[in-house]
Design a protein around this ligand. Structure first.
Ligand SMILES: Nc1ncnc2c1ncn2[C@@H]1O[C@H](COP(=O)(O)OP(=O)(O)OP(=O)(O)O)[C@@H](O)[C@H]1O
Ligand SMILES: [Mg+2]
Length: 177
C-alpha cells in the first residue's frame, strides 16, 4: 500500500510509545491529523508524541481553548476541533500562522477540516477492536510530499508495532507488504 503504514497497539502505553517514536521524525511545520471515533486514543497519541518532542508539561484534551501550545524540542500545537461548529471557524483559529510558526501541529478530528488545510500532512487513523478492549489498529496515511518522503523512515521508526513488516520485504516485524 503506497504511502500507508499499518500498526497495532495493545495498550494505551503502547500507543504513546508508538507516537513518541514517530515524533523523532518530526520537522518544523509538520501537520498530523488524528482520525478516529470517541475514545480511540487520539489524545493518548498526542501525549506520546509530545513526550517524543521533549514536552515536559502534561498534555490534556483542549477543552475551552481549541488550541494549546507546548514547548519541546519543537513546539507542539495541539488542537481538538470536535466542537467546532463550522469549518470556517477553523480559519479563525489562525491555522496558517500556527503551521508557519516552526512547531508541529496535531489536530484531533482533523479530517473534518481537511478542506481548509494545506494538502500536506500525515493522517493517523485509530480504530478500536470490537472484541479486544485495549487493541487499536493504527493506520498512517501520507498526503502530500512532506510525509510521503519519510514513509520508509516511518516504517523503520514504528517497526516494533507494524502489522505487515518493514518496507522492502520481510524483516523482524513480519512478512512482505
Ligand atoms: N491501545 C490503546 N491505545 C489508546 N488508548 C487506549 C488503548 N487501550 C485502551 N485505551 C483507552 O482508551 C481511552 C482513549 O482515550 P483518549 O482520550 O486518548 O481518546 P480520544 O480519541 O482522544 O477521545 P475523544 O474523541 O473523546 O477526544 C483511554 O481511556 C485509554 O486508556
Ligand atoms: Mg481526545
Amino acid at each position: 500500500m503506497s504511502g500507508g503504514v499499518r500498526a497495532r497497539s495493545t495498550s494505551v502505553e503502547a500507543t504513546r510509545d508508538l507516537a513518541a517514536a514517530l515524533a523523532e521524525l518530526a520537522r518544523p511545520g509538520d501537520l498530523v491529523l488524528l482520525v478516529g471515533d470517541l475514545g480511540t486514543g487520539k489524545t493518548a497519541f498526542c501525549q506520546g508524541f509530545g513526550r517524543g518532542l521533549g514536552v515536559d508539561e502534561q498534555i490534556t484534551s483542549p477543552t475551552f481553548a481549541l488550541v494549546q501550545t507546548y514547548t519541546g524540542r519543537l513546539d507542539l500545537n495541539h488542537l481538538d476541533v470536535y466542537r467546532l461548529g463550522q469549518v470556517n471557524e477553523a480559519l479563525d483559529l489562525g491555522l496558517n500562522e500556527l503551521l508557519d510558526d516552526g512547531g508541529v501541529t496535531l489536530i484531533e478530528w482533523g479530517d473534518t477540516i481537511a478542506g481548509v488545510l494545506p494538502p500536506d500532512f500525515l493522517e493517523v487513523h485509530l480504530t478500536a477492536s470490537t472484541d479486544e478492549p485495549d487493541v487499536r489498529e493504527i493506520d498512517l496515511l501520507t498526503v502530500g510530499p512532506r510525509w510521503s518522503a519519510r514513509v520508509r523512515a516511518v516504517r523503520t521508526a514504528l517497526s516494533a508495532w507494524l502489522v505487515d513488516g518493514p518496507a522492502g520485504g520481510p524483516g523482524p516485524g513480519g512478512g512482505a507488504c
